[in-house]
Design a binder for this molecule. Structure first.
Ligand code: FES
Length: 106
């Protein structure tokens, strides 16, 4: 089972097991990781699941599609080149160890 490592804005570190095919957001919420609000439940309409992907995983997670890219313009925290909406990243075996920082404001 692949793992996701999430850094909270408070400095806490959460390592959680993910099901293949589950989104990073779903996995974080399921494990009670604070900081990912996910108001819309993954419907790509709230931008409250904002994370910053670690540099070493950017190629593996790929790029936001056009709609996600538009939503990323409306995040509460500053958008960075490694910003993604975590509901749009589906876990695969290749993403084992995926590391991301949870945006401080959602
Ligand atoms: S959970 Fe709403 S956009 Fe990701």
């Amino acid at each position: 089972m692949p793992k996701i490592i999430l850094h909270s804005p408070t400095g806490a570190l959460f390592t959680v097991d993910a099901q293949i095919g589950a989104s990073v957001m779903e996995t974080a919420v399921k494990h009670g990781v604070p900081g990912i609000v996910a108001e819309c439940g993954g419907a790509l309409s709230c931008a409250t699941c904002h994370v910053y992907i670690a540099d070493s995983f950017i190629d593996l997670t790929g790029q936001a599609d056009d709609f996600e890219d538009e939503m990323l313009d409306d995040t509460a925290s500053v958008r960075k080149p490694n910003s993604r909406l975590s509901c749009q990243i589906r876990m695969t075996a290749a993403l084992d160890g995926l590391e991301a920082e949870i945006a401080p404001e959602q």
